[in-house]
Design a protein around this ligand. Structure first.
Ligand code: ZN
Length: 138
C-alpha cells in the first residue's frame, strides 16, 4: 500500500483512492481481496423508508363479527356509520374485512345499526375523527 501511495502521491488520484479505501474499510469488505475500486454491496438500502402498517396489520388482528367491542371502535357513536379509510387509516384489505364483519354482526343482532353500543362509548380511541386525512361530513 505504501509503495502504491508513493507512486501516486502528487496526483489527484491520491485523494480519490484514500476516500474510496476509507469508505470500504468503514463498511463491510466484500471485494477487498479482488479490487479496491469495486462497488460495495450493501446488505440493506440505507434510504429505505419505514414500512407503514395499519393498526390491525401491525398487531396481526383479523376482525371477527363476534368481537363487537373491536368492531365498534370503527363506528361513529352518533350515526353508527362505519368510518372511512381516510379516518381510520386502515389498509384496504382490513377495511373491507371490518365492513363485512360489522354487517355480519348487525345482521346477527350483536351490534346496533344507528348508534354505537353504550357499553363501548368510553373505549380508547384508535384515531381522531376530527383530524382525518381529508374532510368528511360525519
Ligand atoms: Zn393493514
Amino acid at each position: 500500500m505504501t509503495i502504491m501511495l508513493n507512486v501516486v502521491r502528487s496526483s489527484w488520484c491520491l485523494t480519490r483512492r484514500l476516500a474510496t479505501s476509507g469508505a470500504s474499510t468503514a463498511r463491510k469488505q466484500h471485494s477487498s481481496s479482488t479490487d479496491s475500486n469495486a462497488p460495495i454491496e450493501l446488505e440493506q438500502n440505507p434510504f429505505a423508508k419505514d414500512k407503514v402498517q395499519c393498526v390491525l396489520c401491525k398487531h396481526g388482528i383479523s376482525p371477527d363479527y363476534k368481537n363487537v367491542q373491536l368492531l365498534s371502535q370503527f363506528q361513529s357513536p352518533y350515526t353508527g356509520r362505519v368510518y372511512g379509510r381516510h379516518i381510520t387509516g386502515l389498509c384496504k384489505r382490513r377495511h373491507e374485512q371490518v365492513e363485512r364483519e360489522i354487517m355480519k354482526a348487525q345482521n346477527a343482532g350483536f351490534m346496533p345499526t344507528y348508534h354505537k353500543a353504550v357499553e363501548f362509548l368510553n373505549d380508547p380511541k384508535l384515531f381522531d375523527p376530527e383530524k382525518a386525512v381529508r374532510p368528511h361530513k360525519y
